[in-house]
Design a protein around this ligand. Structure first.
Ligand code: CDP
Length: 228
C-alpha cells in the first residue's frame, strides 16, 4: 500500500531556507509545494502597481476582489510558479521593492483571510508542503508534520544577499540586513497570526548543516509519520 499522504508545514524566520527544504521534500515525495509567502508578495505587488491605499479597509477589500492568484508548474523546472491575474510574477515578487512592503501588507486582516482561505483549499487533499509564517499555527493546525526553521542572523543575511545580488549587483548587504530585521520584527509582532513556533513543531536550526543534511533529517520525520 502506498504511504499515506500528509500535510507538511514549514514556518520560520525570513531567509532561513524554508523553501529549499520544502522543494526538496515536495520533489522526493511527489507532493505539491506551495510558497505562501509568494502569495503575500503577489498581493503586495498588485497594491504597489495599482496605488492601493492599504490603510483603508474598503480599498483593500475592493482590490482583493480583483486579485486572482494561482500556481502553475513550469514544465522545464517542474516547480510551481506564481501567477497574478494570469501574469507570471515569480521573478518580480522577489524584488526588494516588494520585500520592503510585504510585511505591512501581510499584517492586514482581510489580506490574511483571503490568502488563508485559498491555502486551506490547496491543502484539502493533503500531499502538500507549504512554507510560511503561520502555516502550522493557523492554516493547518492539524498538520501531521510541522517544522519550525531557524538559523543565525548573519547566515540568513549572507544567504539572501547572495540570492539578490545575483539578480541585482547594486544591492548592498545593509539593505538586505535591514529588510530581514524589519520583516522579522513586523511578522512576529503583528496582531493577526504572528510568526511563532507551533507547540508541536520540530525546530530545525540549519546554521551549521547543509541542505542535504537537513533534507535527510526531514525525510526521517516524514517516514515516521507516514509509515503504515
Ligand atoms: O523568503 P522569505 O522567508 O524571506 O519570505 P517569504 O516566505 O517570501 O514571505 C514574505 C513575507 O510574507 C513575510 O516576511 C511575511 O510578512 C509574509 N508572510 C506571512 O505573513 N505569512 C505567511 N504564511 C508567509 C509569508
Amino acid at each position: 500500500m502506498a504511504d499515506k499522504k500528509i500535510v507538511i508545514t514549514i514556518d520560520g524566520w525570513s531567509s532561513c531556507g524554508k523553501s529549499t527544504l520544502a522543494k526538496q521534500l515536495a520533489k522526493r515525495l511527489q507532493y505539491t509545494y506551495i510558497d505562501s509567502g509568494a502569495m503575500y508578495r503577489a498581493i503586495t505587488l498588485y497594491f504597489l502597481r495599482n496605488n492601493i491605499n492599504w490603510q483603508d479597509v474598503a480599498s483593500v477589500k475592493a482590490a482583493l476582489e480583483d486579485i486572482d492568484i494561482d500556481f502553475r508548474v513550469n514544465e522545464t523546472t517542474g516547480l510551481g510558479e506564481i501567477y497574478l491575474n494570469d501574469e507570471n510574477v515569480e521573478y518580480l515578487i522577489r524584488d526588494l521593492v516588494v520585500a520592503e512592503k510585504v510585511s505591512e501588507v501581510a499584517a492586514i486582516k482581510q489580506v490574511r483571510e483571503s490568502a488563508v482561505a485559498q491555502q486551506r483549499k490547496m491543502g484539502a487533499a493533503k500531499g502538500i508542503v507549504m512554507d510560511g509564517r503561520d502555516i502550522g499555527t493557523v492554516v493547518f493546525p492539524d498538520a501531521e508534520l510541522k517544522i519550525f526553521m531557524t538559523a543565525d542572523n548573519a547566515v540568513r543575511v549572507e544567504r539572501r544577499f547572495k540570492e539578490l545580488y545575483a539578480k541585482n549587483p547594486n544591492i548592498t548587504i545593509e539593505e538586505v540586513k535591514n529588510n530581514l530585521e524589519m520583516r522579522d520584527y513586523i511578522d512576529s509582532h503583528r496582531e493577526v497570526s504572528p510568526l511563532k513556533q507551533a507547540e508541536d513543531a520540530i525546530v530545525l536550526d540549519n546554521t551549521h548543516i547543509t541542505p542535504d543534511e537537513q533534507f535527510k533529517m526531514a525525510l526521517a520525520w516524514v517516514k515516521e509519520r507516514t509509515a503504515a
